[in-house]
Design a protein around this ligand. Structure first.
Ligand SMILES: Nc1ncnc2c1ncn2[C@@H]1O[C@H](COP(=O)(O)OP(=O)(O)O)[C@@H](O)[C@H]1O
Ligand SMILES: Cc1ncc(COP(=O)(O)O)c(N)n1
Length: 268
């Protein structure tokens, strides 16, 4: 690894309580020692109790922010989170189509509170346009089911789902996250041309998992920016999220955020 300060960009919605979206991604980038940048797609009034209100920014403002970044500081890795509408996805698309910059897609659809964060009609453009550019895509089980149009209950289902992401959609890799399954918090990593990699994880008995997916994908983005390969980046993210969930700060009156101080940067 070199000593140059690497840069990352998150394109996502906000959370004024700092638990999810671009608001948490900045903290994760900082904790992983990269210079974080953020383009906001939607401003969300949300907290640990749920989503109170959503305001989508005008398309020209989203594009202007993207230009502000790309005209000045080219990111070393990009992630997208909540992109709520088809039109927004079309605005973002050209910026993630640069094959040289690793692109992590966290296909955010529904918040843990149950609130829908994207419009139904975005799924086609997500699958056909954005995901084929992804270096890593990080669906949870409901997102993986929606994207691959199948029910996921068994290990064979997970393997078929991974195959669909790589061979049919065209992603370079996919981590099917097991947070929503029963038993251990095991994730499944599929990299093009390789055997499935099982990432075992202890499940902690806590409801404080607001923003776990955002945190996980931001760590992967940071590590790719630093030059780690996909497998190492995902393994570091798994260790980070495990520590972050184990030591939740118990904030808020609902489903609280995780702890972004818990994983030591000397741990890898
Ligand atoms: N209760 C838990 N204990 C330990 N790890 C968890 C727990 N819940 C989720 N994880 C892990 O957190 C990461 C995010 O997973 P998940 O919660 O499924 O994503 P999302 O936030 O997109 O719904 C995954 O690595 C998953 O295994
Ligand atoms: C802006 C934004 N992006 C993503 C999530 C999903 O996070 P979670 O499912 O952990 O609530 C969220 N609540 N808000």
């Amino acid at each position: 690894m070199n000593n140059k300060l690497m840069t990352t960009l998150s394109i996502a919605g906000t959370d004024p309580t700092g638990g999810a979206g671009v608001s948490v991604d900045m903290k994760v980038f900082q904790s992983r020692g990269v210079y974080g940048m953020g383009v906001t797609t939607s401003v969300i009034a949300q907290n640990t109790l749920g989503v109170q209100q959503i305001h989508h920014l005008p398309l020209d403002i989203i594009e202007a922010q993207l230009n502000s970044v790309f005209d000045d500081i080219t990111p070393d890795a990009i992630k997208t989170g909540m992109i709520a509408t088809k039109d927004m996805m079309e605005v973002v698309l050209p910026y993630i189509q640069n094959g040289d910059i690793p692109y992590v897609s966290d296909p955010v659809m529904i918040a843990k509170s149950g609130d829908a964060l994207i419009e139904e009609e975005t799924v086609n453009i997500l699958v056909n346009q954005l995901l084929p550019n992804a270096t890593v895509v990080t669906p949870n089980i409901p997102e993986a089911e929606r994207i691959t149009n199948m029910k996921i209950e068994t290990l064979d289902d997970i393997k078929l789902c991974g195959k669909r992401f790589i061979e049919e959609i065209g992603c370079e890799s996919v981590v099917v996250k097991g947070g929503h399954l029963q038993g251990d918090a095991t994730d499944y990593l599929f990299i093009k041309g390789q055997e499935m990699i099982v990432l075992n994880g202890e499940r902690f008995d806590t409801e404080h998992t607001h923003g776990t997916g955002c945190t996980f994908s931001s760590v992967i983005t940071s590590e790719l920016a630093k030059g780690h390969n996909i497998e190492d980046a995902v393994r570091i993210a798994k260790a980070y999220i495990e520590a972050a969930i184990k030591h939740t700060p118990e904030l808020g009156h609902g489903r609280g955020p995780v702890n972004h101080f818990a994983y030591s940067s000397n741990d890898e």
